[in-house]
Design a protein. Structure first.
Length: 406
């Protein structure tokens, strides 16, 4: 896939002129399959803008996909690669643009939650838990497009649309029901249905994943957490408590994405039952959690936390850049939750500056920075600065793609 805006020429002699004297060079010969700049949306003829007479310059757009037909070593320093241009991505992009447009003009977008992690990061984490490998769909770029669109809808609170695109991504990728990709995406879909309070449908997807998992798999702990959430929201507290405890048992005290949620809900249910002896046991265990690596939900972003963060920022002079960035992040999310988008943007940009001054650990960097950029993009979006919003989303996607491909 072409990942930058790049130009080429229809004249081989001109191409060879550019590599004269190079120690190592590659010439790409592209078969356009009878497409022209007037019929294709993947490239355009810009000969009239060229500074070299007779260059016949062609510009290929970002996202254009080629297949490699052959690689030949022409001389000791020159290689000749034959490529074929494909329209598949272009066709999918046209469909996605049409589908996306009907929602992006929605008159009042409400963000249901702001998180330090998101669907995309959860997919990456779940895939790693299941396979021991990094999540990567570099060999299936079309599916990746659907996933990017899906988690964007999810972050905006459009859960039904997100589900639609996740399911289309599974279909386009032709993944079998017991493939790691399907298991992970069905788990995300289950959670989105629970956001919609469609608990019976959520249980269907839970059943699909559960039937394909060994209960000793670490991912099963996440699944039982999801089941617990569904039962808890559906007012079945005894069932929920049992599921959360089973999730902890399977996790065996290992760090899993839902660990804070599991403890929070177990403690909440036990307090309702007035079982304070067990509450104290779980509260002691929960103190061992490093909450900085987990998500922040809007339920936790109350005025008390906002004022505490502001006080720390104003009065504590020995904060590290990461500590300062975390506090600014929370302040920014609180302000966005309360529709102060300009204030939110100011604090989120300051958080970005702090994190880049002293980047988070290698483990936290790909989890935290992209979602910070997502939230900055949302602030720009609500302030109607669409170009800067797109630029921030592009940075977030680039980071995710870079770490997924490693």
């Amino acid at each position: 896939m072409n990942t930058i805006i790049s130009t080429t020429t229809r004249d081989e002699d001109v191409a060879r002129h550019f590599i004269l004297g190079a120690a190592h060079a590659v010439i790409l010969k592209i078969d356009l399959q009878n497409q022209t700049s007037t019929t294709s949306k993947q490239f355009i003829d810009i000969s009239h803008l060229s500074t070299i007479p007779g260059e016949q310059e062609i510009l290929f757009f970002v996202g254009t996909v080629f297949s490699i037909d052959s690689v030949e070593q022409e001389t000791d320093s020159t290689w000749f690669i034959k490529l074929t241009l494909h329209e598949e991505i272009s066709k999918h992009m046209e469909k996605l643009a049409s589908d996306f447009q009907q929602y992006i003009n929605f008159p009042c977008i409400q963000l249901h939650s702001f998180m330090k992690t998101d669907d995309f990061n959860m997919i990456d984490l779940y895939y790693s838990m299941l396979t021991g490998q990094n999540f990567s769909l570099n060999n299936n770029p079309t599916t990746m497009i659907y996933i990017h669109v899906a988690f964007s809808f999810s972050n905006l609170g459009f859960y039904k649309q997100a589900i639609q695109f996740y399911e289309q991504g599974i279909s386009v990728g032709k993944f079998s029901i017991d493939s790691p990709e399907s298991k992970v995406l069905y788990l995300i879909i289950d959670y989105l249905y629970s956001h919609l309070s469609e608990y019976d449908t959520a249980r269907i997807y839970i059943g699909i994943v559960l039937s394909c998992l060994d209960e000793t798999d670490l991912l099963a702990s996440e699944l039982f957490n999801h089941i617990g959430d569904v039962e808890n929201k559906d007012k079945n507290e005894d069932n929920a408590l049992s599921c959360y405890q089973e999730a902890l048992k399977i996790a065996n005290y290992q760090d899993i994405p839902s660990l804070p949620n599991i403890y929070r809900n177990i403690i909440g249910i036990l307090k309702k039952k007035r079982n304070f002896q067990e509450v104290s046991v779980y509260e002691e265990q929960a103190k061992e959690i490093d909450y900085n690596q987990y998500h922040i939900s809007t339920l936790e972003l109350g005025k008390k936390i906002f004022e505490t963060c502001k006080n720390q920022l104003e009065n504590e002079t020995n904060l590290t850049p990461i500590q300062r960035g975390d506090l600014l992040y929370k302040v920014g999310l609180y302000l966005m939750k309360n529709n102060d988008f300009q204030g939110a943007l100011t604090n989120l940009l300051e958080a970005k500056k702090s994190f880049l001054e002293e980047p988070p650990s290698w483990h936290r960097f790909p989890r935290q920075l992209p979602t910070l950029f997502d939230n900055i993009a949302f602030a720009y979006l609500f302030l109607r600065d669409h170009l800067k919003a797109l630029a921030m989303w592009k940075k977030a996607i680039d980071i995710r793609n870079s770490f997924c491909s490693n």
